[in-house]
Write a protein that binds this ligand. Structure first.
Ligand SMILES: Nc1ncnc2c1ncn2[C@@H]1O[C@H](COP(=O)(O)OP(=O)(O)OP(=O)(O)O)[C@@H](O)[C@H]1O
Length: 334
Protein backbone atom coordinates (compact mmCIF):
# COMPACT_ATOMS: atom_id res chain seq x y z
CA UNK A 1 0.00 0.00 0.00
CA UNK A 2 1.32 3.48 -0.76
CA UNK A 3 2.41 5.93 1.88
CA UNK A 4 1.17 9.33 2.89
CA UNK A 5 3.37 10.29 5.82
CA UNK A 6 6.39 8.59 7.29
CA UNK A 7 7.96 9.88 10.49
CA UNK A 8 11.45 8.60 11.22
CA UNK A 9 13.24 9.05 14.53
CA UNK A 10 11.51 12.36 15.24
CA UNK A 11 12.94 14.34 18.14
CA UNK A 12 11.37 17.62 19.21
CA UNK A 13 13.12 19.31 22.10
CA UNK A 14 12.40 22.63 23.80
CA UNK A 15 15.49 24.41 25.01
CA UNK A 16 14.50 26.56 27.98
CA UNK A 17 16.37 28.27 30.82
CA UNK A 18 15.24 25.53 33.21
CA UNK A 19 16.69 22.83 30.95
CA UNK A 20 15.78 20.85 27.87
CA UNK A 21 12.38 19.16 27.56
CA UNK A 22 12.55 16.14 25.29
CA UNK A 23 8.86 16.43 24.41
CA UNK A 24 9.20 13.93 21.56
CA UNK A 25 12.21 11.68 21.80
CA UNK A 26 12.91 9.50 18.80
CA UNK A 27 9.58 8.25 17.49
CA UNK A 28 8.84 6.59 14.15
CA UNK A 29 5.48 5.77 12.59
CA UNK A 30 3.61 5.79 9.30
CA UNK A 31 0.21 6.96 8.14
CA UNK A 32 -1.29 5.36 5.07
CA UNK A 33 -3.76 7.10 2.76
CA UNK A 34 -7.33 6.91 4.02
CA UNK A 35 -6.40 5.15 7.28
CA UNK A 36 -6.80 6.27 10.88
CA UNK A 37 -3.90 6.30 13.29
CA UNK A 38 -4.80 6.70 16.95
CA UNK A 39 -2.27 8.32 19.27
CA UNK A 40 -2.96 7.75 22.94
CA UNK A 41 -1.24 8.55 26.23
CA UNK A 42 -1.56 10.65 29.38
CA UNK A 43 -1.28 14.40 29.45
CA UNK A 44 2.24 15.63 28.69
CA UNK A 45 3.44 12.52 26.84
CA UNK A 46 4.10 14.46 23.62
CA UNK A 47 0.98 13.81 21.55
CA UNK A 48 0.31 17.44 20.67
CA UNK A 49 3.98 18.23 20.09
CA UNK A 50 4.12 15.31 17.62
CA UNK A 51 1.17 16.81 15.72
CA UNK A 52 2.54 20.34 15.80
CA UNK A 53 5.95 19.08 14.62
CA UNK A 54 4.28 17.61 11.52
CA UNK A 55 3.06 21.11 10.65
CA UNK A 56 6.24 22.86 11.88
CA UNK A 57 4.23 24.80 14.44
CA UNK A 58 6.28 24.08 17.57
CA UNK A 59 7.63 27.62 17.87
CA UNK A 60 11.04 29.28 18.00
CA UNK A 61 12.33 27.54 21.14
CA UNK A 62 11.94 24.09 19.66
CA UNK A 63 14.45 21.95 17.81
CA UNK A 64 13.18 19.32 15.41
CA UNK A 65 15.41 16.44 14.29
CA UNK A 66 14.68 13.34 12.25
CA UNK A 67 12.53 13.03 9.15
CA UNK A 68 8.89 13.83 8.48
CA UNK A 69 8.36 12.55 4.96
CA UNK A 70 5.28 13.64 3.07
CA UNK A 71 4.58 11.64 -0.08
CA UNK A 72 3.00 13.94 -2.64
CA UNK A 73 2.48 13.43 -6.39
CA UNK A 74 5.33 10.96 -6.68
CA UNK A 75 7.65 13.25 -4.71
CA UNK A 76 8.88 13.05 -1.15
CA UNK A 77 9.09 16.25 0.92
CA UNK A 78 10.93 16.21 4.25
CA UNK A 79 8.83 18.58 6.33
CA UNK A 80 11.40 18.49 9.15
CA UNK A 81 13.80 20.43 6.92
CA UNK A 82 11.35 23.13 5.84
CA UNK A 83 11.49 26.70 7.08
CA UNK A 84 8.53 27.03 9.50
CA UNK A 85 7.70 30.42 7.96
CA UNK A 86 8.42 29.49 4.32
CA UNK A 87 6.08 29.13 1.38
CA UNK A 88 6.51 25.38 1.10
CA UNK A 89 5.15 24.57 4.55
CA UNK A 90 2.39 27.15 4.08
CA UNK A 91 1.28 25.31 0.95
CA UNK A 92 1.16 22.06 2.96
CA UNK A 93 -0.71 23.42 6.01
CA UNK A 94 -4.43 23.28 5.42
CA UNK A 95 -4.08 21.99 1.87
CA UNK A 96 -2.28 18.66 2.37
CA UNK A 97 -2.52 18.37 6.16
CA UNK A 98 -5.17 20.14 8.21
CA UNK A 99 -5.57 20.16 11.96
CA UNK A 100 -8.47 20.56 14.35
CA UNK A 101 -8.09 21.23 18.05
CA UNK A 102 -9.79 20.65 21.36
CA UNK A 103 -10.67 24.33 21.60
CA UNK A 104 -12.48 25.50 18.46
CA UNK A 105 -12.34 29.00 19.97
CA UNK A 106 -8.62 28.99 19.27
CA UNK A 107 -9.23 28.59 15.53
CA UNK A 108 -11.78 31.39 15.24
CA UNK A 109 -11.30 35.05 15.95
CA UNK A 110 -14.25 36.51 17.90
CA UNK A 111 -14.41 39.66 15.78
CA UNK A 112 -15.19 38.07 12.41
CA UNK A 113 -18.10 35.92 11.36
CA UNK A 114 -17.57 32.17 11.11
CA UNK A 115 -18.32 32.37 7.39
CA UNK A 116 -15.72 35.07 6.71
CA UNK A 117 -13.06 32.98 8.41
CA UNK A 118 -13.82 29.78 6.51
CA UNK A 119 -13.94 31.82 3.29
CA UNK A 120 -10.51 33.21 4.02
CA UNK A 121 -9.15 29.69 4.48
CA UNK A 122 -10.65 28.65 1.13
CA UNK A 123 -9.40 31.69 -0.75
CA UNK A 124 -5.89 31.21 0.60
CA UNK A 125 -5.40 28.03 -1.41
CA UNK A 126 -8.02 28.19 -4.15
CA UNK A 127 -8.64 30.83 -6.78
CA UNK A 128 -12.31 31.50 -6.17
CA UNK A 129 -14.21 34.77 -6.32
CA UNK A 130 -16.09 35.88 -3.20
CA UNK A 131 -19.48 34.66 -4.41
CA UNK A 132 -18.25 31.13 -5.23
CA UNK A 133 -16.26 31.00 -1.98
CA UNK A 134 -19.41 31.91 -0.02
CA UNK A 135 -21.30 29.13 -1.78
CA UNK A 136 -18.47 26.71 -1.03
CA UNK A 137 -18.61 27.68 2.67
CA UNK A 138 -22.36 27.08 2.82
CA UNK A 139 -21.82 23.65 1.23
CA UNK A 140 -19.06 22.80 3.67
CA UNK A 141 -21.11 23.91 6.66
CA UNK A 142 -23.96 21.72 5.44
CA UNK A 143 -21.60 18.75 4.96
CA UNK A 144 -20.35 19.31 8.52
CA UNK A 145 -23.94 19.01 9.76
CA UNK A 146 -24.65 22.66 10.60
CA UNK A 147 -28.37 23.34 10.15
CA UNK A 148 -29.44 26.40 8.11
CA UNK A 149 -25.91 27.21 6.96
CA UNK A 150 -27.13 30.05 4.69
CA UNK A 151 -28.06 31.95 7.88
CA UNK A 152 -25.37 30.71 10.23
CA UNK A 153 -22.61 31.73 7.82
CA UNK A 154 -23.08 35.36 8.93
CA UNK A 155 -23.02 34.64 12.66
CA UNK A 156 -20.10 35.20 15.03
CA UNK A 157 -18.33 32.37 16.92
CA UNK A 158 -20.02 33.29 20.24
CA UNK A 159 -23.40 32.60 18.65
CA UNK A 160 -22.41 28.97 18.08
CA UNK A 161 -22.66 26.23 20.74
CA UNK A 162 -19.48 24.25 21.49
CA UNK A 163 -20.57 21.34 19.29
CA UNK A 164 -21.60 23.61 16.40
CA UNK A 165 -18.33 25.54 16.57
CA UNK A 166 -16.48 22.22 16.50
CA UNK A 167 -18.44 21.40 13.32
CA UNK A 168 -17.50 24.81 11.88
CA UNK A 169 -13.85 24.11 12.62
CA UNK A 170 -14.19 20.76 10.84
CA UNK A 171 -15.78 22.58 7.86
CA UNK A 172 -12.80 24.95 7.79
CA UNK A 173 -10.33 22.07 8.04
CA UNK A 174 -12.01 20.32 5.11
CA UNK A 175 -12.14 23.42 2.96
CA UNK A 176 -9.06 22.47 0.94
CA UNK A 177 -9.71 18.73 0.87
CA UNK A 178 -6.64 17.75 2.91
CA UNK A 179 -5.23 14.25 2.51
CA UNK A 180 -4.53 14.08 6.24
CA UNK A 181 -6.60 15.50 9.07
CA UNK A 182 -4.93 15.73 12.45
CA UNK A 183 -7.56 15.82 15.19
CA UNK A 184 -6.09 16.77 18.57
CA UNK A 185 -8.56 15.84 21.33
CA UNK A 186 -11.40 17.10 19.13
CA UNK A 187 -14.19 16.02 21.47
CA UNK A 188 -12.66 16.37 24.93
CA UNK A 189 -14.63 19.46 25.94
CA UNK A 190 -17.96 18.31 24.59
CA UNK A 191 -20.90 16.51 26.22
CA UNK A 192 -20.84 12.77 25.69
CA UNK A 193 -23.75 12.75 23.22
CA UNK A 194 -22.22 15.57 21.16
CA UNK A 195 -18.84 13.79 21.32
CA UNK A 196 -20.38 10.73 19.71
CA UNK A 197 -21.99 12.85 16.97
CA UNK A 198 -18.71 14.59 16.16
CA UNK A 199 -16.85 11.27 15.97
CA UNK A 200 -19.56 9.88 13.68
CA UNK A 201 -19.27 12.98 11.51
CA UNK A 202 -15.49 12.60 11.27
CA UNK A 203 -15.84 8.97 10.25
CA UNK A 204 -18.42 9.83 7.62
CA UNK A 205 -16.34 12.68 6.20
CA UNK A 206 -13.27 10.51 6.19
CA UNK A 207 -15.10 8.01 3.99
CA UNK A 208 -16.56 10.70 1.77
CA UNK A 209 -13.26 12.55 1.24
CA UNK A 210 -10.97 9.52 1.45
CA UNK A 211 -8.63 11.30 3.84
CA UNK A 212 -6.37 9.83 6.50
CA UNK A 213 -6.91 10.84 10.13
CA UNK A 214 -4.44 11.09 12.98
CA UNK A 215 -6.64 10.98 16.07
CA UNK A 216 -4.94 12.25 19.21
CA UNK A 217 -6.66 11.48 22.49
CA UNK A 218 -6.20 10.33 26.05
CA UNK A 219 -9.51 8.52 25.74
CA UNK A 220 -9.30 4.83 24.83
CA UNK A 221 -13.01 4.84 24.00
CA UNK A 222 -12.30 7.28 21.17
CA UNK A 223 -9.44 5.05 20.02
CA UNK A 224 -11.71 1.99 19.98
CA UNK A 225 -14.30 3.92 17.99
CA UNK A 226 -12.01 5.51 15.42
CA UNK A 227 -8.54 4.02 15.06
CA UNK A 228 -7.20 1.24 12.87
CA UNK A 229 -3.59 1.48 13.97
CA UNK A 230 -2.59 2.74 17.41
CA UNK A 231 0.54 4.18 18.97
CA UNK A 232 0.76 4.45 22.74
CA UNK A 233 3.07 7.23 23.96
CA UNK A 234 4.75 7.74 27.31
CA UNK A 235 7.15 10.60 28.05
CA UNK A 236 7.96 11.41 24.45
CA UNK A 237 8.43 7.82 23.29
CA UNK A 238 6.28 5.18 21.66
CA UNK A 239 5.95 2.32 24.13
CA UNK A 240 3.65 0.18 22.00
CA UNK A 241 2.24 0.22 18.48
CA UNK A 242 -0.17 -2.25 16.95
CA UNK A 243 -3.48 -2.64 15.11
CA UNK A 244 -6.36 -1.52 17.33
CA UNK A 245 -7.66 -5.07 18.07
CA UNK A 246 -4.20 -6.10 19.30
CA UNK A 247 -4.03 -3.09 21.63
CA UNK A 248 -7.37 -3.96 23.21
CA UNK A 249 -7.20 -7.77 23.19
CA UNK A 250 -3.47 -8.49 23.53
CA UNK A 251 -1.80 -5.44 25.07
CA UNK A 252 1.83 -6.08 25.93
CA UNK A 253 3.31 -3.02 27.57
CA UNK A 254 2.49 -2.67 31.28
CA UNK A 255 1.57 0.98 30.59
CA UNK A 256 -0.96 0.02 27.91
CA UNK A 257 -2.38 -2.65 30.24
CA UNK A 258 -2.67 -0.07 33.01
CA UNK A 259 -4.42 2.41 30.70
CA UNK A 260 -6.90 -0.30 29.74
CA UNK A 261 -7.52 -1.26 33.36
CA UNK A 262 -8.25 2.34 34.23
CA UNK A 263 -11.31 2.60 31.96
CA UNK A 264 -14.77 1.46 33.05
CA UNK A 265 -16.18 -1.56 31.21
CA UNK A 266 -19.89 -2.10 30.83
CA UNK A 267 -20.93 -5.47 32.23
CA UNK A 268 -17.70 -5.92 34.14
CA UNK A 269 -18.62 -3.87 37.16
CA UNK A 270 -17.95 -5.82 40.30
CA UNK A 271 -19.70 -4.46 43.36
CA UNK A 272 -17.31 -2.65 45.65
CA UNK A 273 -14.40 -3.02 43.23
CA UNK A 274 -12.77 0.21 42.19
CA UNK A 275 -11.22 1.00 38.87
CA UNK A 276 -7.47 0.71 38.96
CA UNK A 277 -5.62 3.97 38.67
CA UNK A 278 -2.07 4.00 37.33
CA UNK A 279 0.08 4.47 40.40
CA UNK A 280 2.26 7.54 40.78
CA UNK A 281 2.38 10.55 38.52
CA UNK A 282 4.05 11.32 35.22
CA UNK A 283 7.67 12.25 36.13
CA UNK A 284 9.07 15.74 35.81
CA UNK A 285 10.21 16.14 32.17
CA UNK A 286 13.42 17.89 33.33
CA UNK A 287 14.37 15.00 35.52
CA UNK A 288 13.54 11.73 33.86
CA UNK A 289 13.99 8.35 35.59
CA UNK A 290 16.92 6.18 34.54
CA UNK A 291 16.42 3.07 32.40
CA UNK A 292 12.84 2.59 31.27
CA UNK A 293 11.10 5.89 32.13
CA UNK A 294 7.92 4.01 33.14
CA UNK A 295 9.73 1.88 35.75
CA UNK A 296 8.78 3.91 38.88
CA UNK A 297 5.08 3.35 38.06
CA UNK A 298 5.32 -0.15 36.59
CA UNK A 299 3.67 -3.06 38.39
CA UNK A 300 6.06 -5.46 36.63
CA UNK A 301 9.26 -3.55 37.48
CA UNK A 302 12.39 -5.68 37.82
CA UNK A 303 15.11 -4.05 39.91
CA UNK A 304 18.53 -3.96 38.32
CA UNK A 305 17.04 -4.32 34.86
CA UNK A 306 14.25 -1.80 34.28
CA UNK A 307 15.98 1.01 36.20
CA UNK A 308 19.23 0.43 34.32
CA UNK A 309 18.59 -0.59 30.72
CA UNK A 310 16.78 1.56 28.18
CA UNK A 311 14.30 -0.58 26.22
CA UNK A 312 13.99 -0.30 22.45
CA UNK A 313 10.83 -0.56 20.41
CA UNK A 314 10.95 -4.03 18.88
CA UNK A 315 8.52 -6.01 16.76
CA UNK A 316 7.47 -8.98 18.86
CA UNK A 317 4.66 -10.13 16.61
CA UNK A 318 3.99 -9.12 13.00
CA UNK A 319 2.78 -5.50 13.16
CA UNK A 320 2.97 -5.36 16.96
CA UNK A 321 5.86 -3.45 18.50
CA UNK A 322 6.61 -2.95 22.17
CA UNK A 323 9.33 -1.16 24.10
CA UNK A 324 9.65 -3.11 27.32
CA UNK A 325 12.49 -5.12 28.81
CA UNK A 326 10.08 -7.90 29.80
CA UNK A 327 9.88 -8.80 26.13
CA UNK A 328 13.20 -9.80 24.75
CA UNK A 329 15.77 -9.61 27.54
CA UNK A 330 13.96 -11.51 30.25
CA UNK A 331 12.07 -13.92 28.04
CA UNK A 332 15.08 -14.75 25.88
CA UNK A 333 17.21 -15.40 28.91
CA UNK A 334 14.50 -17.13 30.94
N1 LIG B 1 6.21 25.40 23.74
C1 LIG B 1 6.67 24.59 24.69
N2 LIG B 1 7.72 24.96 25.47
C2 LIG B 1 8.20 24.12 26.41
N3 LIG B 1 7.73 22.90 26.70
C3 LIG B 1 6.67 22.49 25.97
C4 LIG B 1 6.09 23.30 24.94
N4 LIG B 1 5.06 22.61 24.40
C5 LIG B 1 5.00 21.44 25.05
N5 LIG B 1 5.96 21.35 25.99
C6 LIG B 1 6.23 20.21 26.89
O1 LIG B 1 6.35 19.06 26.08
C7 LIG B 1 5.78 17.92 26.73
C8 LIG B 1 4.76 17.28 25.83
O2 LIG B 1 3.64 18.14 25.70
P1 LIG B 1 2.37 17.81 24.81
O3 LIG B 1 1.51 19.03 24.79
O4 LIG B 1 2.78 17.26 23.49
O5 LIG B 1 1.64 16.67 25.62
P2 LIG B 1 0.27 15.97 25.31
O6 LIG B 1 0.52 14.52 25.36
O7 LIG B 1 -0.32 16.50 24.05
O8 LIG B 1 -0.60 16.42 26.55
P3 LIG B 1 -2.10 16.98 26.63
O9 LIG B 1 -2.96 15.78 26.47
O10 LIG B 1 -2.15 17.58 27.98
O11 LIG B 1 -2.24 17.98 25.52
C9 LIG B 1 5.23 18.44 28.06
O12 LIG B 1 6.19 18.19 29.07
C10 LIG B 1 5.06 19.91 27.82
O13 LIG B 1 5.16 20.64 29.02
Amino acid sequence: MDKLLEVKDLKTYFVLDEGTVRAVDGISFEIKPGRTLGVVGESGCGKSVTALSILKLTGPRSKIQGEILLYKDGQVIDIAKLDPKGDEIRSIRGKEIAMIFQEPGASFSPVHTVGEQIMEAIMLHQKLDKKSAREAVIDLMRIAGIPRPELRIDEYPHQFSGGMLQRAMIAMALSCRPRLLIADEPTTNLDVTIQAQILELLKELQKQFGMAVMMITHNLGVIAEMAEEVIVMYLGKIVESAPVEEIFYSPMHPYTKALLESIPKIGKKVKGKRLKAIKGIVPDPYNLPTGCTFHPRCPEFIKGLCDVRIPELVEVKPGHKVSCLLYGEVKNHG
